[in-house]
Every structure is written in C-alpha cells, then in structure tokens.
Design a protein around this ligand. Structure first.
Ligand SMILES: Cc1cc2nc3c(=O)[nH]c(=O)nc-3n(C[C@H](O)[C@H](O)[C@H](O)COP(=O)(O)O)c2cc1C
Length: 80
C-alpha cells in the first residue's frame, strides 16, 4: 500500500516529522504542499494520504485547508 505524505514547514519541525514518517512508512513519498497547490485540483493516486503542517493560532493552516479542499482522490477507499 503506497502513501503520499504532504507537508508544509516554516522552521523545519513539520519537515522533520514528515521525514520520520517517510522513513517508518514503507512505500511512502514526500510532497511539499506549496508545489502541489500550483496544479489544481490536486490529483492523488496514492492509497493513503498524510498531511503534516504546524498549528498556527490554534487552528489548521490555511494552506492545509486549501489542500484538503483541492484533493481529488483517484482511488478512493475507506479504511476503518
Ligand atoms: C504565527 C505562529 C502561530 C502559532 N500558533 C500556535 C498555536 O496556536 N498553538 C501551538 O501549539 N503552536 C503554535 N505555533 C507554534 C508552531 O506550531 C510550532 O513552532 C511548530 O513546531 C512549527 O512547525 P514548523 O517548524 O514546521 O514550521 C505557532 C507558530 C507561529 C509561527
């Protein structure tokens, strides 16, 4: 099962978390959120998705919200 890990990091903490997950999760790949939002909707072929970013002002980053609303899952599948 392949996994796409999308990340945004201002000072490197979230990048470090994303890199750790990338090491632990087999068949995972890292993608910067900023680059992905240049091509909308964001087409995701991976079977699993992780989105990693810092909390700012006690809420989800605008960039994170944007990514979630722009994602077009090509292989949707429910995992319980
Ligand atoms: C403008 C700003 C707002 C922040 N707001 C919060 C917050 O509300 N709650 C929190 O726990 N951390 C907050 N933080 C801390 C960051 O979430 C934390 O430093 C994080 O590890 C930064 O991740 P990064 O290195 O990937 O950018 C804030 C940081 C900044 C710069």
């Amino acid at each position: 099962m392949n996994t796409a890990l999308y990340y945004f990091s201002g000072t490197g903490n979230s990048l470090s978390v994303a890199q750790s997950l990338n090491t632990i999760i087999k068949e995972s790949e890292l993608y910067p959120i900023i680059g992905c939002l240049k091509h909308k909707p964001v087409q995701i072929k991976a079977q699993r998705v992780g989105i990693i970013f810092p909390i700012h002002f006690m809420t989800i980053l605008r960039m994170g919200k944007k990514l979630i609303t722009e994602i077009n899952f090509q292989k949707p599948k429910m995992f319980l």
